[in-house]
Design a protein around this ligand. Structure first.
Ligand code: ATP
Length: 598
């Protein structure tokens, strides 16, 4: 046995024990014994292999060889027909057991006899198994199938039946010993410090550098103190801070000491963005490397005014014409698109930054949130694609409720209420009360269309430059004989509609808000109420931004249409006074179908 290596057979003996046990304590004990006898040079490999992987998840090294290919390799290694292998596999349902049984049966006469006496077999070592599996995982493109099969055949030819069982399960991604990260941390603490208490230090190091192989090697070679000094490293994701959840504004404020920073809770994908000079990495909530999904976000992140940082934000799909946020499903379209370039054009995104944990050599996680926010603002120059999360300091439940409704009506999921006290550090990997999510547990559904009056417009951008990007729409109040705003609509217009709108609205254009229009929103252009359009939306929500039905349902809030869209129907047959009324909207709001969310 070469120095610094270990027999694969020995590892497999531990697998056998772990697989059979039903006790977590026993599982930990087996791991302790395994780690103690593993040479430090292969400790990381032993840990990855035991979890059925080759590298930490964030590196994205995928093993999963197709079953068919594996069966072909088994057939070749044993020297039987593929049909025979497949037949047994059908019976057993496990490619590992299939390999094991075939090896047992066909090598009964001894391996040398089976190979015609010519070959000399080498006992498998951890290093060889690991390197071969890495070669299999990395094989790509033309000829890669042959590389995979040949490498596997070569391993299986030197394997004992019991080793073959685990080898095959590993390559097909079916090892599943169920050894969780936390169990490994426990076992490492006991194996190298003698006490489980050291687990806290290990866990903290793991939240900054979630690579168990690396943690184990540092611990075994340099000891616990070295782990205590560990710093966030650009390019290695940290475990994200998580939020608790409450649904009562008073309770939320009480938990946060009577005062909090309430931030829009954007409905997109959480992204941890790392930058070092020209290199940018993007990691998902689950720490997968998603850099290749968002080449545009990579560019946006490079616009930040610092060369080295780790920031967090939510990537949201936006309407290229109006800049309004789009529902989460739109972002998922983007994920499904094969052609990233095309997807980038069709589904543009914006990143809303909400935290920073590292900047130019300095870890910021121990700083209270207001100070981290200062760092974040310092490096951010907001533009169309990079924004700071919208937030507001809130001290009373009523304002919290109003801000919540504003967030919903603008296309957000709700609010993230964050502590701003001296204790408000960034708690890596922990769900705690420093962040409280405030979202709805239901969704309403707008089932009918409404007829609304165009009272204002906003200049378009992008493809809509030169025409209107969105229209400000209002409902009618017969009691007061005025028009009150309910939404800004920018979706549902065809190119033809867009070309036609400026001409259609031109006769009604005025240089100030019409006296019969009640609006809190400042439009770029105002119109005399005249043109009626048919609009549908996802739901009718409360919103402090709109004046329609203001204070009718809730003090300080009006009604708004969330994700509104023009149906294509111009209601030239209707006078503005025949548009949908405030009262009708209240009825619609009350009778909406309510869907309970998870
Ligand atoms: P969790 O991430 O808490 O396990 P989850 O995956 O179900 O739960 P949510 O309940 O939607 O997610 O809430 C948390 C998520 O909200 C965050 O992970 C982040 O992606 C998102 N988010 C949106 N806006 C913000 C913000 N301003 N601050 C922090 N997180 C935000």
């Amino acid at each position: 046995m070469p120095e610094g290596d270990m027999l694969y057979r020995r590892l497999v003996e531990f697998y056998e024990k772990i697989e059979k046990t039903t006790s977590r304590i026993a599982m930990t004990e087996y791991l302790v014994a395994l780690f103690k006898e593993t040479p430090v040079e292969v400790l990381d490999k032993v840990i990855y292999l035991t979890q059925g992987k080759l590298r930490p998840d964030y590196e994205g090294v995928e093993l999963g060889v197709a079953e068919k290919l594996t069966l072909r390799a088994i057939a070749r290694a044993v020297g039987v027909s593929q049909g025979k292998v497949e037949e047994l596999y059908k019976k057993l349902g496990d490619p590992g057991l299939t390999a094991q049984q075939l090896l047992e049966k066909y090598r009964a006469g001894g391996l040398t006899a089976f190979l015609g006496g010519a070959a000399v077999t080498q006992p498998l070592t951890v290093r060889r198994v690991y390197d071969s599996l890495m070669k299999i995982a990395k094989a790509q493109g033309e000829g890669s199938q042959d590389v995979k099969v040949n490498t596997l055949v070569s391993l299986l030819r030197d394997a004992e039946p019991i080793e073959a069982k685990y080898l095959v399960r590993t390559v097909t991604g079916r090892l599943r010993l169920g050894v969780a990260d936390m169990t490994i941390l426990d076992a490492l603490a006991i194996a190298f410090t003698g006490k489980k208490a050291a687990r806290t230090v290990l866990e903290k190091a793991y939240t900054k550098h979630p690579d168990l192989g690396y943690i184990a090697t540092v611990l075994a070679r340099e000891g616990l103190d070295k782990l205590k000094e560990m710093k966030i490293q650009v390019g290695i994701p940290i475990l994200p801070m998580l939020a608790e959840r409450l649904s009562d504004p008073q309770e939320i404020l009480d938990k946060l000491g009577g005062k909090c920073l309430a931030e829009y809770k954007y409905d997109g994908e959480r992204v941890q963005a790392h930058r070092k000079g020209d290199k940018v990495w993007l990691f998902s909530r689950r720490l997968e490397n998603i850099t290749h999904h968002y080449p545009d976000v990579v560019e946006y992140v490079k616009r930040l005014k610092s060369d080295e940082f780790v920031v967090e934000g939510e990537v949201v799909a936006v309407d290229p014409n109006t800049g309004d946020m789009l529902p989460f499903q739109e972002l998922m379209h983007r994920r499904r698109k094969y052609d990233v370039e095309k997807a980038m054009e069709e589904y543009p995104v914006r990143i809303y930054l909400f935290d920073i944990v590292y900047r130019e050599g300095e870890e910021l996680i121990e700083l209270p949130l207001p100070e981290r926010k200062k760092h974040l603002s310092e490096i951010t120059a907001e533009d169309d694609h990079v924004r700071l999360a919208v937030g507001k300091i809130i001290v009373n439940p009523r304002d919290l409720m109003l801000f919540f409704e504003q967030a919903i009506s603008e296309g957000c999921e709700g609010l993230m209420c964050k502590s701003i006290g001296p204790e408000s550090i960034y708690q890596m990997g922990a769900r705690g009360w420093l962040w409280i999510k405030f979202k709805r547990d239901y969704r309403m559904e707008m089932t009918d269309t409404v007829d609304l009056v165009v009272v204002g417009a906003f200049y378009g951008r992008g493809k809509r430059a030169g025409t209107y990007g969105a229209l400000l729409m209002a409902a009618y109040s017969p009691e007061e004989d005025v028009f009150k705003t309910v939404c800004k609509v920018g979706s549902g217009f065809t190119d033809e509609d867009l070309a036609k709108l400026p001409g259609l609205l031109e006769p009604y254009k005025i240089d100030h808000r019409h006296p019969r229009v009640v609006s809190k929103i400042e439009a770029d252009v105002w119109f005399v109420p005249a043109i009626v359009l048919e609009i549908i939306g996802a739901e009718i929500t409360l919103s402090p931004l709109h004046t329609c039905c203001l204070n009718s349902i809730q003090e300080g809030a009006g009604l708004a249409i969330r994700f509104p869209r023009f149906t294509g129907r111009y209601r030239f047959d209707k006078k503005p006074e025949q548009a949908t009324t405030e009262r009708e909207l209240i009825e619609m709001y009350k009778s909406q179908k309510k869907t309970v969310l998870r």
